[in-house]
Design a protein around this ligand. Sequence first.
Ligand code: CAA
Length: 382
Amino acid sequence: MQFPLTEEHRLIQETARNFADNEIAPVADRHNREGSFPLELVKRLGELGFMGMLVPEQYGGTGLGNLPLVVALEEVNRVDASTGVTMSVQNSLVCAPIVHFANETLKQKYLPKLASGAFLGAYALSEPGSGSDAAGLVSSAVKDGDSYVLNGTKNFITTGAEADIVVAMVRTDPNHKTRGITAFILEKGWKGFSVGKKEEKLGLRSSSTVQLVFEDLRVPAANIVGELGLGFKIAMHTLDGGRIGIAAQAVGIAQACLDASVKYAEEREAFNQPIGRFQAVQFKLANMATKLEAARLLVYNAARLKDEGQPHGKEAAMAKLFASEMSNEAAREAVQIHGGAGYLEDFPVERYFRDARITEIYEGTSEIQRIVIARHLLKGLR
Ligand code: CAA
């Protein structure tokens, strides 16, 4: 089955594909080996309109929506998941909550710069003591006149080292777990804001993952996103969208695994014939292609529901759960088809195998996705 993409979607897909193949592919290996952030590529993504796909035109975005976004994300991630996560976070975790929840002043102040890629953004929810239990966060914001004074540490912050602004969830009321959290927009240059430890990772080596440290960081109350105490709901609503982006990333990585495996199966010979003539290899390729197509349909469907304003939390969780597990299986099989070569940095599947792993962990582990899905099913027990 082919999902009915429109002419416009196809055009976006082609533009993203050309950019990925012609501009990202030649430098992706170098950036991943060096662990260097591909700032020039990210800026180009902004110029092409790929950083503001959920931002309405009146604020400088293209306002195209989630389905075009996942179509483009798949193409970028097919070539480099590090660049892909930077694009996903900027669109889904930074621009989206500002579009949905911020007041007009904040929208006008930040969205045009984010949509053009002039500003990079980060989303700060996790802390050293709270990951899956997101509402367990303890970083605090205490009111002082027209400002809040923030203290605490945020963990695992994607694009945190480069971000010009951060959408951060911070505790404003210690007496209520989920309703005592507020979302703030913070700016990099403010006194008391600093970038802490940079993490060395298994994969996604050219995207930055850092701690952010707030030490008596004074933030104007005007920089609250939505309302006081609404931060946890904003965080969860935002992640419903972000998870569709990560599911698209998993699909992109799996497509890369399949493409590399087909090529290798046609070229590599064993026992006097291409290894693609053996059913052992054929069955692996057939399974990869079938599950990949199923995952893609889940991702497109969740994105379509979100664009139509329909409930999509369960479908987003299903798409992320299925696509991320499928992607890891595809990466494992791709390495297996390549044999010893697949274990070497000389072949691209080595990087795909390392990059796929995080899709089962960030923006909610597979276990959290199962909890979200089960809670939707068992509404009668809540
Ligand atoms: N949309 C809007 N509101 C929501 C919501 C959603 N999807 N999900 C829950 N809420 C609301 C609930 O309705 C409830 O509201 P009330 O107070 O009015 O009743 C409130 O939020 C609390 O909800 P729960 O009782 O369900 O909260 P919980 O503490 O049981 O947590 C959870 C639920 C699903 C486990 C949640 O903590 C969770 O998703 N954890 C995973 C966190 C996560 O994904 N972290 C990723 C970090 S970001 C990242 O990885 C980015 C990156 O670097 C790329």
